[in-house]
Ligand binder design. Structure first.
Ligand SMILES: Nc1ncnc2c1ncn2[C@@H]1O[C@H](COP(=O)(O)OP(=O)(O)OP(=O)(O)O)[C@@H](O)[C@H]1O
Ligand SMILES: [Mg+2]
Length: 454
């Protein structure tokens, strides 16, 4: 990981060397220039990430340097330094595209914080762009977010199964994304231009369910006014999604089995045999194997449905995907409620990560929607989250075993390494979780690496 580069531009020798010492200690690579002209030639040669620039200088002043650099398309972030008396000039510089300004005499801690923030912002927007690309290419499947290994295995399976007509059984707890998978199976299949028809098996009485699936002839039962096509017919050429198949009454299971085996059926009250070409996807949050054992679900139907089975992991087993899901929902609900949101306030992500999410992605989505509605500022805070998430966090066993007895350095190291592991190696996510900068993590990692080498 290359060091971030900072160009210090000031006509005062003392100011430059003080800054150089402090910044070099922080791990930045530093170059100096005594005026705007000199700085301008270093912009292309040194390609600084950030320019720390005095406003008043002989030859070319800071404002002119800033304007010229921006006009030349420099991507460097500018932080201006100005005397208290010249704050107006600094404000003008902000208008000209400077990121921020520092008032002289410069207060070291504040300056470092400023610089780090400015660099982070630059780095993050670049990284976010890259991340989005990656997500689109590999980890996303028609609106599904999550790059946990278990999810990638699911995507792979869906991509393969989508090409066939094989019946797919989608398993997983409530809110894990079973319906999204059913839709993805359709969208990725050669049937995507034909209908995707859903039947909520749990919502209907037995009689209604039969007529819903297979249709009925006029007057075939009380309330059956005209002739009606069933969902199997409507789905012809496309995909039929049987949601909550575990709730289907026993007698219906027999009829469904026949339709699946022969791809033909009769309407309720009808004699004509209807043939259809339908790909069936069924889903349930029940444990079908146990249902079969207990005699509530027909074994033959179970095997018929279970040609390919896709099991979605509960969210608590892939917490590393929480930050990406949160971004997705913040963006989605920010848009729909017309709120310009920057993201999460420090600490909020920790609360989200500490929760076990029994309602899985749906519960997370609802929590974020609620937070977006309640948010008063540009950031979602822990106070905007549902009360169940705000309780005291149980101390983690692992970290408590380090304390007392470990040095702060060891604890920091442990915290960084474990969080990185948890975030599948993403420094951006780890930084978000730990509430420190990406740069700091990268810097520390380099140190750890150097330690190992010696
Ligand atoms: N991986 C994911 N990426 C983005 N959104 C997701 C993901 N998984 C689920 N969701 C969202 O979470 C919500 C619940 O998903 P879905 O309806 O597919 O769950 P389900 O498994 O069918 O739940 P249930 O068993 O309760 O019917 C939906 O709004 C869906 O868009
Ligand atoms: Mg569902």
């Amino acid at each position: 990981m290359p060091k971030e580069r900072i160009l210090v531009v000031d006509d005062e020798q003392n100011a430059r060397s003080a800054l150089r010492t402090i910044l070099a200690e922080e791990g930045y690579e530093i170059r100096e220039a005594v005026n705007g002209e000199e700085a301008l030639s270093l912009l292309s040669e040194f390609a600084p990430d950030l320019v720390l620039c005095d406003v008043r200088m002989p030859k070319m002043d800071g404002l002119t340097l800033l304007r010229t650099a921006k006009a030349q398309g420099s991507e460097a972030v500018f932080v201006m330094m100005t005397a208290y008396a010249a704050v107006e000039t600094a404000v003008e510089a902000m208008r000209a595209g400077a990121e921020n300004y520092l008032v002289k005499p410069i207060e070291v801690t504040a300056a470092l914080l400023f610089i780090e923030k400015a660099l982070e912002k630059k780095g993050l927007s670049r990284e976010a762009g890259l991340l989005r690309e990656r997500v689109r290419e590999r980890y996303r499947l028609d609106g599904m977010v999550g790059e946990a290994p278990e999810m990638q295995a699911v995507y792979e399976l869906v991509r393969q199964a989508a090409l066939t007509r094989a019946t797919v059984l989608v398993l997983g707890e409530s809110g894990t994304g079973k319906e999204l998978i059913a839709q993805a199976l359709h969208e990725q299949s050669p049937r995507k231009d034909k209908p995707f028809i859903k039947v909520a098996c749990a919502a209907l009485s037995e009689t209604l369910l039969e007529s819903e699936l297979f249709g009925h002839e006029k007057g075939s039962f009380t309330g059956a006014a005209g002739r009606r096509e069933g969902r199997f017919e409507l789905a012809d050429g496309g995909t039929l999604f049987l949601d909550e198949i575990g709730e289907m009454p026993h007698s219906m299971q027999v009829k469904l089995l026949r339709a699946l085996q022969q791809r033909e059926f009769e309407r309720v009250g009808g004699t004509q045999t209807i043939k259809v070409d339908v790909r069936v996807v069924a889903a349930t949050n029940r444990d079908l194997v146990a249902e079969v054992k207990d005699g509530r679900f027909r074994e033959d139907l179970y095997y018929r449905l279970n040609v390919v089975s896709v099991t979605l992991p509960p969210l608590r087993r892939r917490k590393g995907d929480i930050p990406a899901l949160v971004s997705l929902f913040v963006e989605k609900y920010g848009k729909s409620y017309g709120k310009e949101l920057r993201g999460l306030a420090p600490g909020t992500m920790n609360a989200l990560l500490a929760h076990d999410w029994p309602g899985n992605v749906r519960e997370l989505e609802n929590a974020i929607e609620r937070a977006v509605v309640l948010a008063k500022g540009p950031e979602l805070t822990a106070d905007d989250l549902p009360p169940s998430l705000r309780g005291p966090r149980p101390a983690s066993r692992d970290s408590s075993s380090l304390v007392p007895g470990a040095t702060m350095e060891q604890i920091e190291r442990e915290a960084i390494l474990r969080t990185l592991e948890f975030a599948s190696g993403s420094t951006t996510r780890a930084a978000e979780i730990l509430g420190i900068s990406v740069r700091k993590i990268q810097y520390r990692l380099k140190e750890f690496g150097a330690e190992k080498a010696t």
